[in-house]
Design a protein around this ligand. Structure first.
Ligand SMILES: *[C@@H]1O[C@H](CO)[C@@H](O)[C@H](O)[C@H]1NC(C)=O
Ligand SMILES: *[C@@H]1O[C@H](CO)[C@@H](O)[C@H](O)[C@H]1NC(C)=O
Length: 552
């Protein structure tokens, strides 16, 4: 991204400068910010549950007379409600995004998000656990939809040279949410008396601020021209695309985008003549290219969720204890720094790697960092199991090795934010064709949340039955498989138009991952081979003349 901004000559060849304008960045801001929703929840519920006022109201304190296991189960239920709601949210998101558009789907999800959080916070007045569950579930339905709506919109509106950057703003915002949540709770713990409910209610108001900002800001954002074409509003689409690109509607860049979109839509229409409601689902299952796409969604979710990184996020404090960092304050501090490291790495990836080095290489660098870090931790835990024990003070070489292990936690977080976490939203938003984009995204994200839920339930028992070292070794294995899979199966899609990606999936399956990029080109890409603006325009005009149905 920065490489593109600084090296104007490079941008000049394939993309007019005008397309990087404030309207584009405004859309990236509004939709990228939605990523903070999950981060806020993850950070706020964990820290709220630590506040004495929250514990007392909902029976999580010692006075409630519950056993440790009962308290843990109750907290698990409270936390898990948002994940369950998110599964439903991701499942229905495709229907809403395609039916009412990307912008109205955003407003609708903000509404559910605020409604749910309001019910949750209202439980402060009567201590009703039912309201906590219901509120968090409703909020989850809204929050789950963000993972489909925002990446879809970002991928559809971004010029292809900076598409990776735009979508990665969404994955990076997760860590913005986590950091703000942490500091908000920390501040209210310091400054608000633990005798009032305000201690946990005030930081949770951040949810409402974010939803309100996104809701109102969405009225100045531009609807996705690709969606407008999909629902047959061709004139509006052209006008909106020209506004978004800050170019005349007759400019070759705008025209070639429109031709490409129409092309793809016509191809899809021809492939599926039926227009029943399950038409898109049949389309998803009946085409070889689409089956390959679904394989990418399923495998990327499985391999990333079980690579151990998300369980390191959730259990970071526990890991620090395991590695010999003791004391509440130290652990919380280390966890906060962990959030900062991941935020910075996600931003580094978005700015410098994803469009410049490409998806495949960024991901392989990220996974390699994770692999090295996990391997170290696995060996360390298998060789020395006494470090996390209470009252154990490591000395000499063991102490140095334990320090090394803590450094490795940070390296694994760095690798995760650089690789899997950034890529998982990006590939699902760019591989599917227009008619199936929202549906494919819904499918991938439903699977994502279901996996995450299973993961959070399974990992604690894995640590007990397989031992800490054994569990780590299991994660190392999955991470290594991930590296091999990416090398063979993930196609490089950096700098390709969304429409030319279709051609990649029309190749024989064994060529898609290894040579997909070199073997395919699109109209916009063809125009770039001409040097002067006039030649580019002529080329696009010619295509439109020979095949008028490709015009607006
Ligand atoms: C948590 O939810 C499960 C059902 O999902 C229920 O069986 C269990 O009793 C709940 N635990 C607590 C402590 O509320
Ligand atoms: C852009 O699309 C919206 C529909 O979302 C439409 O109301 C508006 O008129 C379009 N803008 C232009 C300039 O056509």
């Amino acid at each position: 991204m920065l490489a593109v901004l600084f090296n104007k000559n490079k941008l000049g060849e394939d993309t007019p400068h005008a397309v990087l304008n404030w309207r584009l960045w405004y859309g990236v801001f509004v939709f990228g910010l939605m990523g903070a929703a999950r981060g806020l929840d993850e950070g706020l519920i964990g820290t709220s549950a630590e506040q004495p006022s929250f514990q007392e109201t909902f029976g999580l304190d010692d006075a409630s007379g519950k056993s440790e296991a009962e308290k843990a189960a109750l907290l698990g239920n409270i936390t898990g409600m948002v994940q369950m709601g998110s599964i439903l949210g991701a499942l229905i998101a495709f229907f809403l995004t395609d039916k009412i558009g990307r912008l109205w789907a955003t407003r609708e999800l903000c509404f559910l998000w605020v409604l749910g959080i309001t019910i949750f916070l209202a439980a402060a007045s009567n201590g009703s656990i039912g309201m906590v569950y219901a509120g968090r579930f409703i909020a989850g339905v809204g929050i789950g939809q963000t993972t489909v709506v925002a990446p879809t919109y970002l991928a559809e509106t971004a010029p292809r040279t900076v598409r990776g950057f735009c979508v990665c703003m969404f994955s990076g915002a997760v860590y913005l949410g986590i950091m703000l949540a942490y500091f908000g709770s920390y501040g209210s713990n310091l400054h608000i008396s633990e005798k009032t409910q305000m201690q946990w209610v005030v930081p949770n108001l951040m949810h409402i601020y974010f939803a309100a900002i996104i809701f109102f800001a969405s009225f100045l954002a531009i609807e996705s021209p690709r969606w407008l074409i999909k629902v047959g509003k061709h004139e509006k689409a052209a006008a909106n695309l020209s506004k978004l690109r800050n170019l005349d509607v007759h400019h070759w860049y705008v025209q070639s985008e429109i031709i490409d979109i129409n092309d793809q839509l016509n191809r899809e229409r021809e492939a599926t003549k039926g227009t029943t409601w399950f038409g898109p689902i049949r389309e998803l299952l009946s085409d070889k290219g689409n089956l390959y796409r679904m394989q990418l969604s399923v495998m990327s979710q499985l391999l990333s969720q079980w690579s151990g990184a998300s369980s390191i996020t959730i259990y970071a404090a526990k890991y620090f204890a395991m590695m010999g960092t003791s004391g509440e304050k130290e652990k919380l501090f280390a966890t906060a720094i962990f959030g900062v490291v991941k935020f910075v790495s996600a931003m580094l990836c978005a700015f410098f790697l994803i469009d410049w080095l490409g998806r495949k290489r960024s991901l392989m660098i990220g996974i390699t960092c994770q692999l090295i870090a996990m391997l170290y931790m696995a060996i360390f835990l298998l060789l020395d199991t006494g470090v996390g024990d209470e009252g154990y003070t490591p000395t000499g070489a063991v102490k140095h090795a334990a320090m090394g292990a803590i450094v490795m936690i940070y390296i694994s977080g760095f690798g995760w934010a650089l690789g899997w976490n950034s890529i998982q939203y990006l590939i699902n938003s760019e591989i599917y064709p227009l008619r199936l984009r929202a549906l494919g995204g819904s499918f991938a994200m439903t699977f994502h949340f279901a996996n995450q839920y299973g993961n959070s339930k399974a990992v604690p028992s894995m640590f007990i039955s397989m031992t800490n070292g054994g569990t780590m070794a299991f994660f190392v294995g999955i991470t290594a498989i991930g590296l091999v899979w990416v090398y063979f199966f993930l196609p490089e899609l950096a700098n390709k138009s969304l429409e030319s990606i279709d051609a990649v999936f029309a190749l024989p399956w064994y060529q898609i991952g290894r040579r997909g990029k070199e073997l395919t080109q699109n109209v916009g890409g063809m125009a770039e081979n001409y040097n002067s603006e006039k030649d580019k325009m002529d080329m696009v005009e010619n295509v439109a003349e020979v095949q008028p149905e490709r015009r607006v």
